[in-house]
Design a protein around this ligand. Structure first.
Ligand SMILES: [Zn+2]
Length: 408
């Protein structure tokens, strides 16, 4: 049994060793995987770091001990292009929703001004390639939830003009024109206005994102979208039965029309064991929410990062199972076995969800390349999964927009 002083010394020693353990983990990457990873364009289609950027005191240019994304850690993991999520709760609607979305678009658009050596704003796949060749990180935007257009196609078009490149049709609740996977099936899928909106997204070159939507909304959108669609951050329901994940049939249907499912790293979407434990104890969920509120108040950036921390505290106390980062590989491999390597990508949900052990932040991304190589994936297929597929869909969406007479 450790005495108090002994325990203190143990903690100090652990603190001294931990940085070296991280180095050891990085050196586990084979030279071949390292070279492949760092010669690739790595794209992440969903990051909630925008909530942190809203705090003017948050410095994106320095390495932080919390959260998952900042310039140094993106550099360490060669995260080359990032879709900043423009997100507010689906329960906030009307002009306030538009205003708050605009505030978030503003902070993302200011990033290249604050960090001109590191960040540039990208609108197209070619922009991403050019920015990467210049040695900078490409910043893109996706609006997470159609409620932010306030039922106004003009607002949608303004989002496109400001550089928004995808919109998730719903967040956690139904909108006035589309059902969410966690909603009440208000419309049995997409309404006529919802269908008109998908058409306008195609015309304006905004990718249709079906993460969060109900299965019926997914099939309705797929039937009418003239461009391939994406799931910006969804995993496989065959492995973890969350309504937010995609069934095998949905993944096949998405791929058949050229789309890409970007695998989400959230433990509750990766692991059935975690999901079962979480669902079995609703009081624990409530206690966690209360603790988050206590630590953060209404600061949503804080709520998201503290939520991740508190989940880990519960895992350490044995209240929730520990989920390893290799689960991400399991989901990637499942989707690849279903539809091939041309239709799978990465959509972490960093800074907006609870990350598995070993994938705490963007610096760990080379592990994915290392694991896929070890599994026998070809270098070409890995590069497609890391970002090539996303860039291909962006090009197809750009071409559709041009054909439909959309504005550049
Ligand atoms: Zn989400």
């Amino acid at each position: 049994m450790l005495t108090r002083v002994g325990f203190l010394l143990f903690c100090l020693a652990l603190g001294a060793i931990l940085p070296f353990l991280t180095v050891t983990a990085q050196s586990d990457i084979s030279p071949k995987a390292h070279d492949l990873h760092f010669s690739s364009i790595v794209v992440d289609t969903h990051d909630d770091t925008t909530q942190r950027l809203l705090d003017p005191k948050f410095d994106f240019g320095i390495r932080h001990n919390d959260g998952s994304i900042d310039i140094p850690r993106m550099r360490e993991g060669n995260l080359s292009a990032i879709f900043f999520s423009i997100w507010i709760s689906g329960t906030i609607t009307g002009p306030e929703a538009v205003k708050r979305a605009m505030d978030q678009i503003d902070v993302v658009r200011e990033l290249p001004v604050r960090y001109p050596k590191d960040i540039a704003l990208a609108r197209t796949a070619d922009d991403v390639r050019r920015i990467h060749a210049d040695g900078k990180i490409a910043a893109l935007m996706g609006v997470e939830g159609g409620h932010m257009i306030d039922n106004d196609l003009g607002v949608l078009r303004d989002f496109a003009r400001l550089g928004v490149r995808y919109m998730t049709l719903t967040h956690m609740v139904d909108t006035d024109w589309a059902d969410s996977s966690t909603g009440k099936s208000t419309h049995n899928g997409l309404t006529d206005f919802g269908k008109q909106l998908v058409h306008e997204m195609n015309r304006m070159g905004i990718m249709v994102d079906i993460s969060h939507v109900s299965d019926k909304t997914f099939y309705d959108a797929l039937a009418i979208s003239e461009a391939p669609m994406i799931a910006s951050h969804s995993s496989c329901r065959a492995i973890c039965d969350a309504p937010r994940n995609m069934t095998d049939d949905m993944i096949k249907a998405l791929a058949a029309k050229g789309g890409v499912v970007h695998i989400n790293y959230h433990v509750g979407f990766l692991s059935q064991e975690f999901r079962n434990a979480d669902k079995a104890n609703p009081d624990m969920g409530k206690a966690m929410q209360e603790e988050i509120k206590k630590r953060c108040g209404e600061n949503e950036g804080c709520q998201l990062t503290e939520g991740d921390k508190i989940t880990r505290e519960y895992v350490a106390q044995g209240k929730l199972p520990r989920v390893e980062w290799t689960k991400i590989i399991e989901h990637i491999d499942h989707a690849v076995k279903l539809v091939g390597a041309d239709h799978v990508g990465l959509g972490s949900d960093f800074d907006g969800a609870n990350m598995p052990y070993g994938m705490e932040d963007a610096s760990h991304l080379p592990q994915l390349t290392n694991a896929l190589l070890a599994k026998g994936y070809s270098a070409g297929d890995i590069q497609k999964i890391l970002g090539g597929n996303t860039l291909r869909v962006m090009e197809q969406v750009e071409a559709t927009s041009k054909r439909m007479g959309g504005q550049p």
